[in-house]
Design a protein around this ligand. Structure first.
Ligand code: GDD
Length: 320
């Protein structure tokens, strides 16, 4: 079996490539520029920024993947406020290029494609205390959420109009080793690891601690992605939430990371880290993916936070 991962050098792409290879799948990837993962004897990386439909068609005809995992995109909610057009362009137009290329390629009848969405597509739901299932209407409250909602509509449209076998994952917060700065766990963990090296007054700067999010380890997420594409009875043109179903306050994430470091650190709210709109609570409902694939998360939140700190400490040592 051959799989193509767009954005293979990103946080999720790297974990997905490792997971697929461990399942014996031949992995191919695209990246906008070669930086970390390089071609090896059982994986090949192509530089393709997905802006040119013809070059994507050529790539698909050459690689002939059975699965495409479309991970390339702008994934940061806060940054989407600063770059609204950039976020729409990257998330919507590149997806359209890929879907158009796939339907015009020689593999259009066989290839299965996973597009990646977000809980931010749901936005302001009527009753936040009820877990959100896939039938809840979309009311995104930030540019990122709007871009991912558009992707979900196009995924369905390409199946309805052309029979392209597309599935859309609505993924809630995912965290783990290797995530870049700009997301809450890495933002907290990186500061804590830096503070482990200094003496004297220790201060950590944080944003909104009252929000509650539904976190899953990235290693569980990539397994879910594979199951969604490989399960025989998967329903194409459909949407599947990928989430734990357990809400956690950002404050408790901070407390846990601080307790794992055993330092005395003062916490300061940095207003630059606040957002124009920040949904207070997301709880996902994962019954649909569970029923289809039997998937459920295996990593505990504590284990994930421990691994993130561990990864950051190791990275910090190498950099020094
Ligand atoms: N990034 C960040 N940094 N967020 C902070 C901080 C901080 O220092 N302090 C508090 N927060 C709060 C944010 O205001 C938000 O309420 C919450 O922590 C989570 O923020 P992020 O980790 O940036 O994630 P997100 O929820 O905005 O988006 C993530 O999850 C989506 C699915 O729900 C991203 O991974 C998206 O790509 C993903 O689709």
């Amino acid at each position: 079996m051959r799989a193509l991962i767009t954005g293979i050098n990103g946080f999720v792409g790297d974990h997905l490539a490792n997971y697929l290879q461990s399942c014996g799948i031949e992995v191919f990837g695209t990246t906008s520029q070669i930086d970390s993962r390089k071609s090896t004897s059982n994986s090949e990386i192509f530089v393709n920024d997905l802006t040119n439909e013809i070059s994507i068609i050529q790539l698909l005809n050459e690689v002939r993947p059975e699965h495409i995992y479309h991970l390339a995109g702008q994934s940061n909610v806060k940054e989407s406020w600063e770059s609204k057009q950039g976020t729409l362009n990257t998330n919507v137009n590149l997806t359209l290029n890929l879907l158009e290329a796939a339907r015009k390629s020689e593999i259009s009848d066989i290839v299965r494609i996973l597009t990646i969405g977000s809980s931010e597509e749901y936005g302001r739901v009527a009753d936040m205390t009820v877990s959100i299932d896939e039938n809840v209407s979309l009311q995104p409250t930030n540019p990122y959420g709007i871009s991912k909602a558009a992707v979900s509509y196009f995924a369905k449209q390409f199946f309805d109009a052309y029979g392209l076998k597309v599935i859309h994952a609505r993924t809630f917060n995912h965290i783990g080793p290797g995530q870049r700065l700009g997301f809450v766990v890495t933002d907290f963990a990186s500061q804590i690891v830096e503070l482990e090296k200094v003496k004297g007054e220790k201060i950590i700067k944080v944003g909104n601690l009252e929000a509650q999010r539904d976190f899953t380890d990235v290693r569980d997420i990539v397994r879910a992605y594979y199951l969604l594409l490989s399960t025989a009875s998967t329903s194409f043109g459909d949407v599947y939430n990928v989430c734990s179903g357990v809400p956690v306050t950002i404050r408790s994430i901070l407390d846990k990371l601080l307790s794992l470091s055993e330092q005395s650190i003062e916490v300061i709210i940095d207003t630059n880290k606040l957002r124009p709109i920040d949904i207070p609570l997301y709880i996902g409902n994962n019954q649909k993916i569970k029923q289809l694939t039997n998937w459920s998360p295996e990593y505990t939140l504590d284990a994930t936070l421990f691994d993130v700190l561990d990864y950051m400490r190791a990275k910090n040592k190498v950099v020094q």
